[in-house]
Design a protein around this ligand. Structure first.
Ligand SMILES: Nc1ncnc2c1ncn2[C@@H]1O[C@H](COP(=O)(O)OP(=O)(O)OP(=O)(O)O)[C@@H](O)[C@H]1O
Ligand SMILES: [Mg+2]
Length: 502
């Protein structure tokens, strides 16, 4: 017996002739944490979907504990001890946490469900691994981080020894990531073997033993994490040198573009989420909003973009009052938005890339004239953006839902940065992007700033806020807890302001 839990050899996966995996090798040792690193569209999710039985490989061999196996379904893979937490969660929102965990796998007592026994088992697991979550809550009422714990419990409950996590930290805040990393370490200490997909090099450094790097569907190699630097990892995955430090010119401030005055906005349960907030953003300026997730960021963005009712106060774009106006009116006033939830607001997944790249804009020239749509111009526009933003797609007619997660994000960014706008609202713009793509998007945001656009950047990544912002407004509990500049502050001070300490 070797010490391998998993061996994948010469894996190939084709989608209509396109090779998403083109001869990939991967070995996971028993009890180790292996990071899987690669650019957006490199083939990571595809490879892991093959290991978890969701996709059948075109060719190649898989061994689990030294035995060759051929999975026909996800159920097959589960039987063999493989559990995967997917990039987009798959929970039944209207069911409770406990129901979700035991769904389809209930222990029976005669013909009756032995709920008590199931619950005891879940409680024991949750205690053992520090996965605390209220079992009786409905999934729709708990946070994303808690939903992730439910997904992990679900996989453990089914007895998985080989755990796969597909970008688990992309949806978590820095505080939640620290907790998640502890959970991962605990799981590995108990002897589980783990594959972790992440674009964050510092996470790989913090938890992984080894890292397997893939590029354009091919293996690049596997390295001991202790012996490879961040810069080297980035270079191996992108195939060129990545500049991790941005060059930022002095800002040229112009007129006031966005003005928010005495704003009050309620959250879903009717409590004030934004309690009296005032600020403005000028042309040529990037205003960063720093804060811990859940301090009013969602409600603020929804209020400005017309998705949520404003209780009182005023929002103006270039002196035009847009408070409580319709979404279309606000877009027409020159607001471009990169939303935090790309699948909910940013894209129509079943529609083509061509159409997704002109959403909200298709009724303007050059895409349409006198109500007649000009398909040729729409196609040209799509081809141009796909090329500029290096969107990895088979062609421009494929459905947005068939793109990899990061490339879906790039579609939204390409569309929003290229539309005629005065204000760009960028909410977690680089979530799920690889380091090369982040570098490019950051440069594009600085280019928009140089072109005189006003940019409101809301991000949970302090690095991103510090690198891009001209001014930083710290949001705590729906109020401004401080206003600083990147030159005058540091991460410690920001951290304190974010918890409301002045
Ligand atoms: N069902 C599908 N039909 C057609 N092409 C697909 C399908 N699923 C994936 N692809 C293509 O396969 C390639 C690899 O996608 P995959 O999702 O594995 O990338 P990834 O490495 O996980 O990227 P990301 O970091 O952006 O999540 C992409 O070019 C994608 O468009
Ligand atoms: Mg992916």
């Amino acid at each position: 017996m070797s010490d391998n839990a998993v061996q994948m050899k010469h894996i190939v996966k084709e989608f209509n002739g396109f090779k998403a995996n083109n001869d990939i090798n991967l070995e996971l040792k028993k009890g180790e944490i292996l990071a899987l690193l690669g650019e957006n569209g490199a083939g990571k999710s595809t490879l892991m979907n093959i290991l978890s039985g969701v996709l059948i490989p075109t060719s190649g061999e898989i061994k689990i504990n030294d035995t060759i196996i051929k999975f026909k379904s996800a159920a097959d893979a589960k039987e063999n001890g493989i559990g995967m937490v997917y990039q987009h969660f798959m929970l039944e929102k209207s069911f409770t946490v406990l129901e979700n965990i035991i769904l389809g796998h209930e222990p029976t007592k005669g013909i009756f469900l032995n709920l008590k026994k199931a619950k005891q088992k879940v409680l024991a697991l949750s205690k053992q691994y520090g996965l605390s979550v209220d079992l009786n809550s409905k999934v729709e009422d708990i946070t994303i981080a808690q939903q992730q714990k439910v997904e992990i419990l679900k996989v453990l409950y089914r007895g998985a020894n080989i755990l796969i996590f597909d970008e688990p930290t992309a949806v978590l805040t820095p505080q939640e990531i620290t907790e998640f990393i502890k959970i991962l370490k605990g799981l590995s200490k108990e002897g589980r073997s783990i594959i972790l997909i992440t674009h964050k090099l510092e996470e790989i450094k913090a938890v992984a033993n080894r890292v397997t790097i893939i590029r354009s569907g091919k293996s690049v190699g596997t390295f001991n994490v202790a012996q490879v630097s961040d810069a080297k990892m980035a270079e191996l995955m992108v195939g060129r040198h990545v500049n991790m430090k941005l060059e930022k010119k002095k800002s040229q401030l112009g007129n006031e573009v966005l003005s928010v005055k005495d704003l009050k906005v309620k959250e879903n349960r009717g409590n004030l989420a934004i309690k009296d907030l005032s600020f403005e953003v000028k042309s040529g300026e990037i205003l960063g909003i720093a804060g811990i997730d859940g301090n009013g960021q969602d409600e603020l963005v929804e209020a400005i973009t017309g998705l949520r009712q404003v209780s009182s106060g005023k929002i103006k774009i270039q002196n035009q009052d847009i408070t409580n106006q319709k979404v279309r009116k606000i877009t027409e006033a020159g607001v471009a938005t990169i939303p935090a939830d790309r699948q909910k607001y940013g894209l129509v997944l079943q529609m083509s890339l061509v159409k997704n790249l002109v959403l909200q804009n298709y009724y303007h020239p050059p895409y349409s004239r006198h109500k007649i749509i000009n398909f040729k111009n729409m196609n040209l526009h799509a081809k141009k953006l796909i090329n500029m933003f290096d969107i990895r797609a088979a062609n421009e007619d494929m459905a947005a839902g068939e793109l990899s997660g990061g490339n879906q994000q790039k579609i939204i960014i390409a569309r929003e940065l290229n539309k005629n706008s005065n204000l760009i609202i960028a909410f977690q713009p680089t979530r799920g992007l690889d380091v090369g793509a982040i570098e490019y998007i950051h440069k594009q945001l600085l280019k928009a700033r140089a072109a005189g656009k006003a940019i409101l950047l809301i991000s949970y990544e302090l690095d991103e806020i510090m690198q891009l912002s001209d001014r930083i407004l710290v949001l705590h509990n729906g109020q401004k807890s401080g206003e600083v500049t990147p030159q005058s502050t540091n991460e410690t001070e920001l951290g304190l302001l974010m918890t409301g300490i002045k």
